[in-house]
Design a protein around this ligand. Structure first.
Ligand code: GP9
Ligand code: MN
Length: 626
């Protein structure tokens, strides 16, 4: 066939369109991504484009036609390989490839054997663009353009590429605020910024982590260990081991804040079952307890409970440091004969849980695939809490005992949507739709916990278990201060915003009979040592920053990830030191020593995580390296 003469950049244009469409068709045929609305569909459609414009666009700098064509061909091949590999990986793990997973070879040793089984003949379609590009190169002859045309065209081209990227990011940000800073889910990232941009983002995050890790050599440990030893709180012998050998069930209460406990909304009790529990003889209820999470929200709370360390300042530690060595509570319980798991009816890659749970030594993740979501059993983010608890108890019956599990609830999650039939109380009436609905979903959560307790009793597991329940983080942000002020009947100041970070914490020990309301000032970092001591497990050697709340040595001091803090006398927030009794600003000097201490402690936590310092203390790892 004779070559026809086409405009100069025809091959480039053909390549971009071919790869774009191949990628998009690949998305919809090989990945089961949940698309909720037309805008998401549109974002999915345009999201490969910006990257392709940039990467293929580099060809515009190549004067030699042959070299240019080789480059274009290589890019089409490379992008196809990326999509194809992700598709195969997805069939196996229901997730997209992230760098650490490629290095965690031990975790998917059985992958290689099943790679073959996960390749389909029609995967050849991922290479359709490569074939099109090859044909175009072979059969199309292009004309040459002048030097000046070239540079003007090039500039314009990259302006268009940058605009496409901005539009893409803008639309994504509108769909998912803080998508990049919070980086919650690979699926969300791919859905919004596209596979290729996602891989670049992943590379950036992982290399940042690697650089910090490479600089650490373990010598930093001594100083941190000194600090931790000095703050160790000896367990109260009357409490140590009182729940030895029992199953331990953690319940993460989504977005539940303490202000709803023992409170009502227009005469409607919000959490009647939990209120009853606060007076139950088998329950220790902590009414001066704070969440300590940052941007990583639920995942931060999980990290804190597992490790008694702080999350990271920017982004979620579940994403940035899933390759670290930890000595998590789950791992420790596993070493003490427990079967460890997490139960959460959401997709396994959310918050990078599937990867991070391996680092935390969690033996089994009952994710959405373990649940049967029947007609009308899903709302808002996914499975409703009541069927979730019912099915979870069934699953618990099959677990080897003693077990430790963390159940992560979901219904009381922003934007707090509920089906009419689940609304037990009416909505509140303020300028904040969010707060108005929050009371209803909180009421629903209370109902679900009541049912959970009943089911647990029926299952026979109740008597030999302890149940630890805590609010994971705030549900109502500072954006709703006005409505919150109306509900609490006062103007909300930064001081009140700190107090509003209180979340309920319950330790329910069936048959104990000595329960009480504990007023000790404490926070999520204290959960791990407190619970381990109740189970009779020593924590003296652990690199943890929290302390056993029942210990007489427990220090009443709570530090937030963003540097705010609470002591028995002061609250420090946004550079103002407040007197805790009056809520009024006081002498800044009064807070100074605490601020310094908070900086030291947050700094040590960051040092441990960024330097991956626990790899230098992990006995198994040290043995491996010898
Ligand atoms: C998602 C759930 C909610 O699986 O844990 O996460 P959040 O948005 O609360 O961090
Ligand atoms: Mn949450």
């Amino acid at each position: 066939m004779k070559k026809a003469t086409w405009p100069k950049h025809s091959i480039l244009v053909i390549a971009i369109i071919a790869t774009w469409l191949t990628t998009y068709i690949g998305y919809i045929t090989s990945f089961s991504m949940k698309i909720d609305n037309v805008m998401q569909e549109f974002i999915l459609f345009i999201n490969p484009l910006s990257f392709l414009l940039f990467i293929y666009g580099l060809a515009l700098f190549m004067k030699n036609e042959k070299r240019r064509n080789i480059y274009i061909f290589s890019i089409s091949l490379l992008t196809s390989i990326v999509m194809f590999s992700n598709a195969v990986f997805y069939r196996f793990f229901n997730d997209f490839i992230t760098l650490p997973v490629l290095f965690q070879t031990s975790n998917f040793g059985d992958l290689s054997s099943s790679v073959g089984a996960n390749i389909h003949p029609w995967d050849i379609f991922f290479f359709a663009d490569v074939i099109i590009v090859a044909l175009a190169i072979k059969f199309i002859r292009v004309s040459e353009s002048s030097q000046s045309q070239r540079s003007i065209g090039r500039k314009l081209y990259f302006v268009v590429a940058a605009t496409v990227l901005m539009v893409n990011l803008g639309l994504s940000e509108a769909q998912r605020p803080q998508l990049l800073t919070r980086s919650f889910d690979r699926e969300l990232l791919v859905k919004n910024i596209g596979t290729f941009n996602y891989h670049i983002y992943d590379l950036f995050i992982q290399s940042k982590t690697h650089a910090q890790r490479a600089l650490a050599d373990g010598s930093e440990l001594a100083e941190v260990a000194n600090y931790i030893n000095a703050n160790y709180a000896e367990p109260d012998p009357k409490m140590f081991g009182i729940a030895e050998g029992r199953n331990v069930i953690f319940v993460s209460l989504e977005s539940l804040q303490s202000f709803v406990i023992n409170n009502d909304m227009n005469g409607h009790e919000i959490t009647p079952f939990l209120n009853e529990l606060t007076n139950d003889p088998d329950t220790f209820y902590f009414d001066n307890f704070y969440h300590q999470t940052g941007l990583g929200k639920t995942s931060d709370s999980e990290f804190i409970v597992e490790n008694s360390l702080y999350g990271r300042n920017g982004g979620a530690v579940f994403f940035t440091n899933s390759g670290n060595t930890f000595n998590a509570m789950s791992e420790k319980l596993g070493e003490n004969g427990y079967f460890t798991s997490v139960m959460h009816a959401n997709n396994r890659s959310f918050w990078n849980r599937d990867i991070m749970y391996q680092a935390l030594g969690i033996q089994k993740f009952y994710d959405v695939e373990s649940y049967e979501i029947g007609e009308g059993q899903a709302v808002n983010w996914g499975m409703k809490d009541i069927p979730f608890f019912e099915q979870s108890v069934e699953l618990m019956k099959t677990m080897p005992q003693p077990f430790s599990t963390r159940m992560i609830t979901l219904t009381n999650h922003h934007p707090f949507d509920l089906d009419e039939e689940d609304m037990i109380i009416p909505a509140y009436d303020s300028n904040s739709k969010t707060l108005n609905k929050y009371f209803q979903t909180a009421r629903y959560m209370d109902e679900s916990i009541k049912i959970f307790f009943e089911e647990l009793k029926k299952s026979g597991l109740y008597d030999n278990s302890i149940i630890v329940m805590y609010g994971d983080h705030y549900g109502i942000s500072e954006n709703h201060n006005k409505a919150m002020g109306m509900y609490l009947d006062k103007e909300i100041t930064p001081f009140d915003n700190v107090e509003l970070q209180k979340v309920p914490m319950f330790i329910h020990i069936p048959g104990n009979g000595k329960g009480e309301t504990v007023h000790e000032l404490s926070g999520q970092l204290d959960i791990r040592p407190t619970v381990l001591h109740l189970l009779g497990i020593d924590t003296k050697e652990d690199m943890q920053l929290g302390a056993d709340i029942f210990s007489p040595d427990h220090e009443p001091f709570v530090i937030f990830r963003d540097g705010r803090l609470v002591t028995e006398d002061y609250i420090y927030a946004h550079e103002v030191c407040y007197d805790i009794k009056t809520g009024e600003p006081t002498e800044g000097a009064a807070c100074e020593p605490y601020i310094e201490r908070a900086n030291t402690e947050l700094g040590y936590s960051d040092l441990i995580i960024n330097g991956d310092l626990l790899r230098f203390t992990d006995k198994d790892k040290i043995k491996e390296q010898e």
